[in-house]
Design a protein around this ligand. Structure first.
Ligand SMILES: Nc1ncnc2c1ncn2[C@@H]1O[C@H](COP(=O)(O)OP(=O)(O)O)[C@@H](O)[C@H]1O
Ligand SMILES: [Mg+2]
Length: 170
């Protein structure tokens, strides 16, 4: 459950989000669209606590994100799958290693990680690219790699529509 109550976010005294209130319930699928600069990425940053609102409250699972301690932020983010516009893949690591990294950091067993990564790459059609480095992938393939690395079913994306189509193509 995600709730926003009268959220304002300013950059250089200019509002990026103005008095935003809404609720997204468990299992709801929501698409946020708007012109470039409308505030979509800012909204996502508030949800994974890369930013804090200047006014109002952002609640995830009934926790006010402004009250989370810094040590609780990684736990919040582990429950979210965030795919960035710039992919954020590590260039020197293979596709497999990139996808495995978040699981290894979380202390998952190597065997379990290998199984899950193989499953995830298969799900997004990237098994054949598992030993490639990101630079050799197409843009669509690069976009799908981090998508597969999320351990959660919740996706938050700041990506163009063509990426979404590429990702959901089976
Ligand atoms: N870090 C920042 N510093 C200053 N202005 C920013 C920053 N991030 C976003 N903005 C501004 O906030 C507004 C919303 O940006 P953004 O959320 O990135 O829009 P969108 O993702 O919908 O294209 C824009 O006017 C943008 O220039
Ligand atoms: Mg954006």
């Amino acid at each position: 459950m995600i709730q926003l109550f009268h959220v304002w976010k300013f950059y250089d005294r200019r509002p990026a989000l103005c008095d935003l209130s809404f609720q997204i319930g468990k299992g709801e699928f929501v698409l946020i669209r708007g012109a470039s600069g409308a505030g979509k990425s800012t909204l996502l940053k508030l949800l994974f606590r890369a930013e804090l609102p200047d006014e109002g409250q952002v609640l995830v699972h009934e926790r006010n994100l402004a009250r989370l301690s810094l040590s609780e932020v990684p736990t919040l983010r582990r429950g979210m799958g965030v795919v960035f516009q710039d992919f954020r893949l590590l260039p020197k690591k293979t596709v497999f290693e990139n996808v495995a990294l978040p699981m290894l950091v979380q202390g998952k067993e190597a065997f379990e990680t290998r199984m899950k990564v193989a499953e995830a790459l298969n799900a997004v059609g990237l098994s054949v690219k598992r030993d490639c480095r990101p630079a050799t992938l197409s843009a669509g393939e690069q976009q799908r790699a981090p998508t597969s690395s999320t351990s959660s079913r919740q996706f938050m994306r700041g990506a163009p529509r063509w990426c979404w189509r590429a990702m959901t193509r089976t």
